[in-house]
Each structure stands twice: as C-alpha cells, then as structure tokens.
Design a binder for this molecule. Sequence first.
Ligand SMILES: [Zn+2]
Ligand SMILES: [Zn+2]
Length: 353
Amino acid sequence: MEGTMKGAYLPGNSTVVFKDVPIPRPGHGQVLVRMKSSTICGSDIRAIYREHVGKGPEGYQGVIAGHEPCGQVVEEGPGIRRFKKGSRVIVYHISGCGVCHDCRMGYMISCSSPLRAAYGWQRDGGMAEYILCDEKDLVELPDSLSYTDGAQVACGFGTVYEAIQKVGVSGNDSVLVVGLGPVGLAAAMLCRAMGAQNIYGIEMNPLRIELAKKLNLVDQVFAPAESNVDDIKALTGGNGVERAFDASANDKGRATAIRATRQWGKIAFVGEGGTVNFNPSPDIIHAQKTIYGSWVTSIWLMENLVEELVRWNLHPELLVTNRFSLDKADEAYKLMAGGNCGKVAVCFDEELK
Ligand SMILES: [Zn+2]
Ligand SMILES: [Zn+2]
C-alpha cells in the first residue's frame, strides 16, 4: 500500500491533533490492517487525553492513539503463518516480547520486557486508516460479529471477561456492578449471558442507567449513596451478592462493592486509579471474602470470549451510543471525556452507519 494516511494523536490537553503519515509497510511477521472500528477506552481519557499521566506500560509515547482496534488484513509481510489478506481481525492491544514467562502464558499485558509495546500507547494504534500489526497479536473476528463488536473485545470486554473468569459467575450468583460506564455495562452484559439472575448496578448518569435498563443488563440500579450496602443486602436475603465488580474506580464505590458482597463472596476490581478505604477485619478477613485485581486478559481467553460471543449471539456493539468518522475524532474523545454516553466508536467504511 503506497501513500499517506491520516492519524489521530493526543497531545494531552484535551484536544486531538491529526497528522498525515506514510502508510506503514509490514515487515517480517507483520500485516497491514485496514481499520474498520476503533473504540475509545476509559484509560485513553484517564491517562492520555486530558494529560499524559501514564508511566511505564501506560506511558504514552506520542504515537497514533487508539488501543481498541479492529479491521481487515490488506497486506501480508513475509513469514505470515495464519492470517491472510482479507482476514477480519481484532488486535490484542499489547505486543509483548513473546518469550518471557507472561507472554508464554498469553498475558502479553504483563510482559516486563523492554520490547513490550502497547498499540496506542508505545506503538501506533487504531485511530488511523491503517495499523501495522504483528501477526501474533491478532485474534480472528468471526463473520457473525461486527468490527465494532470486535473493537470492544480488544480491551474493554476482554478485561471484563478476565475478571469474570477470576471470580467465576453462573446462575448461582447475584451480581453487583459498581459504575455502569462502558466497562461496567460490559460486565453486566457478560454476567447476564453467563446466567446471573439478579444483577444490580450503582450509577448516577441517567443516560447510562437508561441504556443498562433498555438492554436488560440490570434488574435494579441505585444512585451512589450511603444506603447502597443496606439496599443490596435487603434484596439478597440480608446476605449481600455472591460476586461484585468495581468499574467505578471510586473510593466509596469500591468499599460498597466489598461490603455489599456476602461471606465467602468474591470481588473484582477493574476500574483504574484512585484509592479505597475499608476495614480489613470486618470487611474481608472475618467474612472470608476475596478481592481480585484484574488487568486486561490473555490472548487465549480473548479467543475464548470471541467464541462465546458467537454462541450467545451477544453483540458488544449494542453498548455503542455514538459513532464518529476519523476526522471527527476530536468530538468522539470530547464526548467520552464528558461521560454522557455509552461506548464511543470511531468507524471507517461500512462500520460508519
Ligand atoms: Zn483500555
Ligand atoms: Zn514478554
């Protein structure tokens, strides 16, 4: 592919800058992917868009933004083994060294090699017409899923799926999701698919509450309040939920997730940043509770998630409330930063409906 392409960069002052750059050429083991859908993650706002606060794996290196890329292979470099021109692909958004222990477990997110580079953080991401990918970072997107379904798997849904695997969710469980932004909504959607009968949410934004109810992701939503723990216990025989997820990153929200969980229950933290205050003895030790931290997922679990989405006929795209073309990416980031939205997508070609 010859010529130049437009790419979106985030200078860290709540703006988007566009640059024309050469279309990259795939080297050995690489492919060129025509972008189809690129969704915005909360981490983009928290660590890059407003200001560059990320360090280490979250340190933004002035590359093309976007770490939820999904598209179609249009050019193969030498040495490609599986994916071909025409393949529909999700980009597992962290390119690990491939040979450290974490990479060998499929957790490139946890790669500690200096060679580790995340798309949209340390190497060019999905907010451009094309993205250069290492073949080993790709996950096949089945025909029954849209590119906008796939984009969300690249980070948000993958992250939630991993947390759910850690705590385990089934029809035995009632679930609390604190924070119904895109990650919390994804958690509710997957827990519902796994059979959770009673899903409770804590959220204040009316648009997000409306979306959660419209899609039947939650049975009841409470505004954040001191009474939240009592309210949840009242709905669960005085015991609390079996499983809770915090996607709020809020100090009180996290404490609520812990306290509204019953004895022997499990809590997963996926919301990033901030703090939490709780009292270890009454809140977790004496109640035999377990709190899990969970960061993105492994590439093999991402493949499993994709297979499950097909089986469940589940479409992450339903969480997208707003689509923009690439040249309107500034509006897309601004909307996401304001929070009055579900998931926000930058779309290309047929995905821009
Ligand atoms: Zn992300
Ligand atoms: Zn590695």
